[in-house]
Design a protein around this ligand. Structure first.
Ligand code: PLP
Ligand code: COI
Length: 359
């Protein structure tokens, strides 16, 4: 692919964040973005890196009316020896193709996805923060931008990638979160688009998560839509429970996102000697486990969230504390292992870490 690059003069470049301690998440954007169009009859055309700027799209674009949109999230890490590392980026490319298929969009070929990211991140490498817990978040996005008010898939698509230097997703960093177990609203349904990374799922979740936040909770823990009995996932992460040293996580039932961190944690936990079960987990089993002391840890997994310990669950008017609201031993060990791999500090025996350049 021949990517055209429209460069800014040095004097036009943005100034870098003043420090990395209050980067937050997704508030700062870098100088450039990648764009590429798909047009029926022409295929993928005009791969381009240009200055970060508002997009021009037709007011009748399918994405604006019928939500034909999917996205991905991954990070570039600054290794101590100056390598620029990505973590399993081909998994994001593959998941984006599956999401595209689910809502009838033109999938972005894996090699286009990877080359776009590699080229953009290398051009923007001055933005990759180096402190522990910081990284350059990569947001590949695909929208249906053909104009049509009749309901059908767009015949034109825009794939774009933007970058944002980030710190911890949750305020306060690696410390136990409080989750509100939602028993009125649902995020997605059986047969729906819950397993696709599409914006509509997040729009559907906003009301419940705003309600939870207004009551002082960090995020919502969703239950299944049919019976409101089984744990699904959290707003921006998958969920794991530790029962008597065994890890248990909801199976991929079609309504939860198949997280890449989730799959990595399953492999890492097994390599550390832990048993892992993927199966339905009811809220009753969860609360009984907390009461009996068999459930000792809960944590969430996600690209933005990394591994986030959960200190309490609020369900139907009662608060349930896990491990005295302290970070658990297994959560801590898995977090360390994952982060050490992502920052290139330990041997990557799974071939997950991709070196894409030098600072
Ligand atoms: N579930 C939801 C709803 C998410 O938004 C995310 C974040 O991407 C995840 C789970 C975790 O997925 P991953 O580990 O691939 O980032
Ligand atoms: C991610 O972890 O990459 C996500 O997409 C979660 C959230 C910021 C939507």
């Amino acid at each position: 692919m021949q990517i055209s690059i429209e460069k800014l003069k040095d004097s036009q470049l943005k100034s870098l964040y003043p420090n990395t301690t209050d980067l937050g998440f997704g508030k700062i954007f870098t100088d450039y973005m990648f764009t590429m169009y798909y047009r029926r009859g022409e295929g993928w055309v005009e791969p381009k890196i240009s200055p970060y700027a508002p997009l021009q799209i037709d007011p009748a674009a399918v994405v604006l009316h019928y939500s034909q949109e999917i996205f991905e999230g991954l990070k570039a890490y600054h290794a101590a020896d100056g390598r620029i590392l990505l973590f399993r980026p081909e998994q994001n490319a593959k998941r984006m193709m599956v999401s595209a298929q689910r809502i009838c969009m033109e999938p972005v070929p894996e090699e286009v996805f990877l080359e776009a990211i590699t080229t953009l991140v290398n051009l923007e490498k001055r933005w990759i923060p180096r402190d522990c817990g910081t990284s350059l978040y990569i947001r590949p996005t695909l929208i249906g931008c053909g104009d049509a008010l009749g309901i059908h898939p767009a015949d034109e698509y825009l794939f774009f990638v933007i970058l944002s230097p980030v710190g911890a997703y949750f305020k306060g960093g690696f410390r136990p979160l409080s989750l509100y177990v939602e028993d009125t609203y649902v995020r997605t349904v059986n047969g729906g688009v819950g397993a696709a990374k599409t914006g509509g799922n997040y729009a559907a979740s906003l009301m419940a998560s705003e309600k939870a936040k207004s009551k002082g909770f960090t995020q919502v823990l969703w239950l299944d839509a049919r019976e409101q009995k089984y744990l699904e996932e959290v707003g921006a992460m998958n969920i794991f429970l530790v029962f008597d040293n065994k890890l248990v996580t909801p199976n991929l039932n079609g309504s939860i996102l198949p997280g890449i961190t989730r799959s990595s944690v399953i492999t890492l936990a097994k390599s550390l000697g832990y048993e892992v079960e993927e199966r339905p987990i009811s809220i009753t089993e969860t609360l009984e486990g907390i009461a009996s002391g068999h459930l000792t840890e809960i944590f969430g997994t996600g690209t933005a969230a990394v591994i986030s310990p959960v200190g309490s669950l609020f369900y139907q008017g009662r608060n349930y504390q896990i491990n005295n609201n302290q970070v658990g031993r297994i959560t801590q060990a898995l977090y360390q292992k994952l982060v050490d791999l992502q920052y290139g500090k330990i041997k990557d025996s799974n071939g997950w870490v991709r070196n894409i350049g030098k600072i």
